[in-house]
Design a protein around this ligand. Structure first.
Ligand code: HEC
Ligand code: HEC
Ligand code: HEC
Ligand code: HEC
Length: 112
């Protein structure tokens, strides 16, 4: 490859990466991009949206299945003895946080 084609290839892949992430900044955007409508989390009346809680999330992400997926982590973020509500960590319209880190020092991987 010449330098010119290499630059072009790099530019194109950068553009593809940028457009893939456009509008998918937060969890809700990523859900919507996968075809999950606002109403799946907020109920049918978007003028008075329901405030989602854990039961909203576990319809599609059963708690036991989540705990099994991350069983190798200690402690398991999906089997917390306290403060385990999904949306304490997986905020959907703002950056996610490791909620436990307010009080503990756990090595969780980045919260998606
Ligand atoms: C109507 C079904 C549905 C509901 C309700 C739902 N999700 Fe999802 N979620 C999905 C699907 C489908 C994916 C993509 C496949 C996968 O990773 O399981 C996904 C992916 C994710 C991911 C992976 C990372 C990402 O953002 O791309 C996280 C974290 C997540 N959901 C958290 C939540 C939380 C927290 C709630 C509740 C506020 C929730 N989900 C409600 C269907 C749902
Ligand atoms: C303590 C913070 C925390 C809480 C509370 C939490 N999670 Fe997670 N979640 C994580 C972390 C960290 C990961 C990434 C784990 C990994 O990379 O192995 C993750 C990953 C996920 C994923 C993506 C798993 C995949 O397919 O790769 C989904 C979906 C998810 N969580 C849903 C939930 C749901 C539903 C709840 C509530 C029942 C919940 N989480 C509660 C921290 C949390
Ligand atoms: C995967 C579930 C999910 C999807 C899809 C989703 N939201 Fe949300 N929404 C939440 C959660 C969880 C909160 C609570 C705050 C947070 O976690 O960021 C919230 C909060 C809100 C609030 C504030 C509600 C209040 O009472 O303070 C509004 C408004 C809102 N969402 C609108 C939307 C719109 C519009 C869409 C579609 C473009 C959407 N949401 C898609 C989960 C979701
Ligand atoms: C507001 C502070 C606070 C937050 C936030 C918090 N913890 Fe704790 N945690 C404590 C305190 C204080 C103790 C020790 C007291 C006790 O053992 O009950 C503790 C004890 C524990 C223990 C050991 C005791 C047991 O019950 O097994 C585990 C494991 C734990 N926390 C996990 C978590 C996880 C996972 C999260 C995030 C989902 C979290 N904590 C969030 C304050 C917190």
């Amino acid at each position: 490859m010449t330098i010119k084609t290499m630059t072009a290839v790099a530019l194109v892949s950068l553009m593809v990466a940028l457009s893939a992430s456009a509008g998918q900044k937060f969890g809700a955007d990523r859900h919507v991009a996968r075809g999950i409508a606002c109403t799946m989390c907020h109920g049918p009346d978007m003028k008075n949206p329901n405030y989602p809680d854990e039961n909203t999330c576990t319809q599609c992400h059963p708690k036991d299945a989540m705990a099994a997926k991350t069983a190798k982590l200690t402690p398991n973020p999906h089997k917390a003895p306290h403060n385990g509500d999904c949306t304490l960590c997986h905020m959907q319209h703002e950056p996610t946080v490791n909620y436990c880190a307010q009080c503990h020092k756990f090595d969780f991987p980045k919260v998606p």
